[in-house]
Ligand binder design. Structure first.
Ligand code: CMP
Length: 509
């Protein structure tokens, strides 16, 4: 063998050695650090193995045309092995290290292009006409295109998905049928989605593009969060406001794993139409979609404990039967208990302090129990007055509206108290709106029943007129910006005017 031949062989041995060290190092690194990507080493090892075989073969065959062809093949395989090595090092180690995510399809495309470039370079270097090879492969490509139409649809689908970036690795996807999975990879022909139960859904790329699906929890420029609803049922005798308050407090009391603190969780009443229970939902923002069941479970445990602490029973399937019988729990007994409560409410306000016990009891029979939720308008300014309201519990605000100006609060009435007397006593439309500030319980007294009391006890009108005058002047003061002196003078005249108006309205002597 000539000196040049010996040097060439030594050089190629050094190249093989250096590459072997690099391949082994890379294989060990990927195995240790990215065990889930081991299968990506297959391509590198295959190309490298074939390259080693070609080196051995060309060392064995030393003469003639065959040797020359083997040398070119070996050079080509060496170049391809270098590309495979570089692509594995770049896409499996370097980019993940700096937290850059690249889809497998992109990596394959880049690597494929590099294979083409080095093939062209090596073949031209060996004096072969690469363009004729390319022309032959174009004809092949046309033949393949016709025979592999559906496969190509998937390939193009995969490319479109990548270019648009509509679906990315790590995205959570929900299909119309309700199936949910996290995108593990977008490959040449299909996308692989991992389900929460450890299964894999394979969706051909073309199909993925044809159907509509939801990307769960993806918000541009914000971390992943998906709104989760955890439903629970509570006996409908419990006040929805109370259930919402008790459960919301418990859910917000301390952090729950995988639940965002901001926006905070809340509780809503979603249905009252069931047999015997109302349906509620805790709504919260889930930060890790893989942990939905775990977070839901903690939420349910909190709901359960909170309701038990508040002595609010969770719903049990139940059937209601009304039985009327004498004795405890009977209709009569419940009616009498209801009247006792109405009586207590009446006695709580000094409006009827001049009535005898019998008269108050008679009046209590005509009271109508009326609860209102916070924010509800109990009487509206300008409406015709039909009722007098006795405020048994809670707080209301008296609000007046003047055209062109914002509504203003004239006064706040706390239980025990009364309102709605002005319209009832004077026949004028309601002078203000009365709005519940917190949940309130009122008793309503019908205009006719009030009239009966007043006809029997005209002194109530006398007792009421100063209260009416005071309230009316307070109202006018807000509307017309009266000063203290103007208010005092107005109160004096109003008292006489109102008394006259009441007597006239009720035809009292
Ligand atoms: P009415 O006008 O029938 O309806 C609105 C009610 O608001 C009114 O009766 C009073 O009962 C009440 N109201 C009006 N002004 C005042 C006030 N200044 N203070 C307390 N209550 C008031």
């Amino acid at each position: 063998m000539s000196l040049q031949g010996i040097l060439e062989q030594a050089g190629s041995l050094v190249a093989v050695g250096a590459m072997t060290v690099a391949v082994v190092a890379l294989v060990l690194l990927v195995n240790a650090w990215r065990a889930d990507r081991r299968k990506k080493l297959r391509r590198l090892l295959t190309v490298y193995g074939v390259y080693l075989a070609s080196v051995a073969l060309s060392a064995a065959v030393q003469a003639g045309m065959v040797s020359r062809a083997l040398n070119v093949a070996s050079d080509l395989l060496q170049a391809l092995a270098v590309v495979a090595l570089a692509s594995t090092a770049l896409f499996e180690v370097a980019l993940p290290l700096v937290r850059i995510r690249v889809l497998d399809l992109t990596a394959d495309l880049v690597t494929g292009a590099a294979y083409l470039v080095v093939t062209a370079a090596v073949l031209s270097g060996a004096g072969l006409d690469f363009t004729s090879v390319l022309a032959a492969s174009t004809v092949m490509a046309a033949v393949l295109t016709i025979s592999l139409q559906s496969t190509l649809g998937n390939l193009v689908g995969g490319l479109a998905l990548q270019l648009e970036g509509s679906v990315r690795v790590g995205d959570w996807v929900q299909f119309e049928g309700g199936r949910v999975g996290r995108v593990a990879s977008v490959r040449w022909r299909h996308a692989e989605l991992e389900t929460r139960d450890g299964d894999t859904i394979i969706v051909p790329n073309a199909l993925l593009l044809q159907q509509s699906f939801t990307l769960l929890g993806r918000h541009p420029g914000a971390p992943v969060r998906h709104r989760q609803w955890v439903h629970f049922n509570v006996d409908f005798r419990a006040s929805p406001r109370e259930v919402v308050r008790v459960v919301e407090e418990a859910i917000r009391a301390s952090p729950i794993p995988h639940m965002a603190a901001d926006p905070p969780p809340d509780v809503v009443c979603v249905d009252l139409a069931r047999d015997s229970w109302a349906t509620y939902a805790v709504r919260y923002w889930l930060t890790d979609l893989m942990a939905d069941a775990v977070a839901d479970s903690v939420v349910r445990a909190r709901v359960h404990a909170a309701l038990r602490r508040a002595r609010i029973p969770l719903a049990r399937p139940s059937h209601t039967q009304f039985q009327y019988q004498e004795g405890e729990g009977s209709w009569a007994a419940r009616e009498s208990a209801r009247q006792e409560r109405a009586l207590a409410a009446l006695k709580g306000v000094d409006l009827f302090s001049s009535l005898t016990d019998t008269e108050v009891r008679d009046l209590a029979r005509h009271l109508w129990w009326c609860p209102f939720d916070a924010g509800e308008v109990i009487t509206r300014q300008g409406a015709v007055a039909h009722w007098l309201y006795i405020l048994h519990s809670g707080t209301v605000e008296v609000v007046t509206e003047v055209e062109g100006a914002a509504p203003r609060v004239v006064s706040t009435i706390e239980a025990p108290g009364f309102f709605g007397e002005m319209g009832l006593l004077t026949g004028e439309p309601r002078l203000a709106s009365v709005i519940a500030v917190i949940p309130v319980v009122c008793y309503r007294l019908d205009k006719r029943d009030f009239e009966r009391v007043l006809t029997r006890r005209p002194e109530i009108a006398d007792d009421l007129s100063p209260v009416l005058a005071h309230r009316r002047v307070e109202l006018l003061a807000v509307r017309e910006n009266l000063d203290a002196a103007a208010r005092a003078a107005r109160e004096h005249t109003e008292r006489a005017r109102i008394l006259g108006r009441i007597r006239e309205f009720f035809g009292l002597g």
